[in-house]
Design a protein around this ligand. Structure first.
Ligand code: 2HG
Ligand code: ZN
Length: 472
């Protein structure tokens, strides 16, 4: 059930037994930024936002909501892109005030934090303890750990360190009836039955509210080397990846595809960005090596491997950043693609994955299908191809009316998702399902698996009060 104006006063009174007055928010101007995410495809509504400060308060809120059949939508930094944190009349449960670093255990290579901690806060705390927390995503200055876990965030370091799921050692979760599951262990090995924590990761807040997490840390990175390389063709992207992996193994931490059209977007619209090389080709990559040793090892290794790849005609030209500003320029190009793509007259976003070896053929065949459907269409496939994850965003033909282009959204989505499916891929590689991909969930998810997910949802949230209507 959603809350109407009449019930609001009654509930405000009840919530004031649990929370401070200032943590019960009804002011629409304060609530407004929580009603749509940064992509802004969907605008929601809510007349009440609660901002608890500890797990006991979360527990009491859920106990009351469960009792009265009132639904909540959990929110962290609201930096998602599939509307999984957008309310449709439900109460917003913002975890942002639960932002304490609970403990850091350098010898265990672990940190335990409340779920409202900002990702960069956790990265900084790890650094202060001479450790490294590797999750790195564009929104790291505002996204929260709870959101990262609930969406199983990825980013540019998955290649070396895995997704968020791989970085979680233990969780504390408040269940729909207010019970608190304390599994905040910092263990590397624990085979005592089902790994229940994994149910809540990537569940987009539909199965429980994550209130704290123990996370894995790694040895501090002393040296990073970043390069930009233009490649012979699409096939060379995967051949070069294989060469980098086998020549330098653990050093390789990022491998991002930058198509020429993406670089052009960044240079044209970004803030004073320069192409790192003069001989830009259709397909280019950003390569990053990370080393725990502060010596020339990473630099030499990357230099030698690139020289070898040039000799083998995989790479046409490459530049290794030799200063902080050159490194920043390369990564700003990557960020600028995300930010400025809509300036090409709009974009239809797709976040898909295929097996790494299929990336070139997948990009070629999807592009061909799109061009057949709409001549002149401008695909911008870029991103984490080292993980087989392509942000296959599609921009309209030049001077095409953006509203007319929007009318093709369904067809274009079907081409991209359908083709990813043909390659054994996923329609939701990194950003989750939320509201935006429910249709694809029905179409592409294995039927038995989907039913199992629904059964799990009914079991853990029988009254459907946790983020109802999301995922399926
Ligand atoms: C990234 O990799 C983000 O920068 C956003 O996942 C990608 O939606 C996008 O274009
Ligand atoms: Zn991404």
């Amino acid at each position: 059930m959603k809350l109407n104006e009449k019930q609001l006063q009654d509930f405000k009174r009840k919530f004031s037994d649990i929370l401070n007055e200032k943590d019960i928010i009804t002011d629409q101007d304060t609530i407004a930024p929580h009603l749509s995410d940064w992509v802004g495809n969907i605008s929601g509504s809510s007349i009440l936002m609660l901002t608890p400060r500890n797990k006991e308060q979360v527990s009491k809120i859920l106990m009351l909501c469960n009792d009265k059949n009132i639904a909540v939508v959990p929110q962290g930094g609201n930096t998602g892109s599939v509307a999984s944190g957008i309310p449709n009349g439900e109460i917003i449960l913002s975890l942002k005030k639960m932002n304490k670093i609970i403990s850091i255990m350098p010898d265990d290579y672990s940190i335990t934090v409340e779920s409202g901690c900002i990702l960069s806060q956790v990265q900084d705390a790890a650094m202060e303890a001479s450790r490294f927390f590797p999750l790195s995503i564009g929104s790291e200055g505002s996204c929260t750990i709870g959101g990262n876990i609930s969406t199983n965030a990825g980013g540019i370091s998955v290649l070396k360190y895995g997704n968020m799921r791989d970085l979680v050692l233990g969780l504390e979760v408040v269940l729909q009836d207010g019970k608190i599951m304390n599994s905040l262990k910092r263990l590397r090995k624990d085979n005592s039955g089902y790994a229940t924590k994994h149910m809540f990761m990537g569940a987009e807040g539909t199965l429980g509210i994550i209130t704290a997490a123990s996370l894995r840390l790694f040895p501090k990175i002393e040296n990073k080397v970043t390069a930009f390389a233009s490649l012979r063709d699409l096939d060379a992207t995967i051949q070069l990846l294989e060469t980098l992996k086998s020549f330098s193994g653990e050093l390789l931490s990022s491998y991002e595809l930058i198509p020429k059209i993406g670089l052009d977007i960044a240079i044209t619209h970004g803030d004073d960005l320069k192409s790192p090389i003069s001989d830009v080709k259709e397909w280019n990559v950003i390569i990053e090596y990370s080393d725990t040793k502060n010596n020339d090892n990473a630099n030499e290794s990357l230099q030698n491997t690139l020289a070898y790849a040039i000799e083998k005609e995989l790479v046409c030209d490459a530049a290794i950043a030799s200063s902080l500003s050159q490194t920043q320029n390369i990564w700003k190009i990557r960020k600028a693609i995300v930010e400025h793509q809509p300036k090409l007259g709009g974009e239809i976003k797709h976040d898909v994955s295929v097996p790494v070896s299929c990336v070139p053929e997948f990009i070629r065949s999807t592009t061909q299908k799109l061009v057949e459907y709409l001549p002149g269409v401008r695909p911008v496939p870029y991103g984490h191809i080292g993980d087989g994850n392509i942000h296959f965003n599609v921009c309209p033909p030049r001077s095409y009316n953006s509203d007319v282009f929007k009318q093709s959204t369904e067809e274009i989505r079907e081409i991209v998702y359908g083709n990813a499916h043909t390659f054994g891929g996923s329609f939701a590689a990194e950003h989750g399902v939320g509201l935006i991909k429910k249709k694809q969930m029905l179409k592409y998810k294995d039927e038995v698996e989907l039913q199992l997910m629904k059964d799990l949802k009914s079991f853990l949230d029988p009254k459907n009060i946790l983020n109802p209507g999301k995922i399926f």
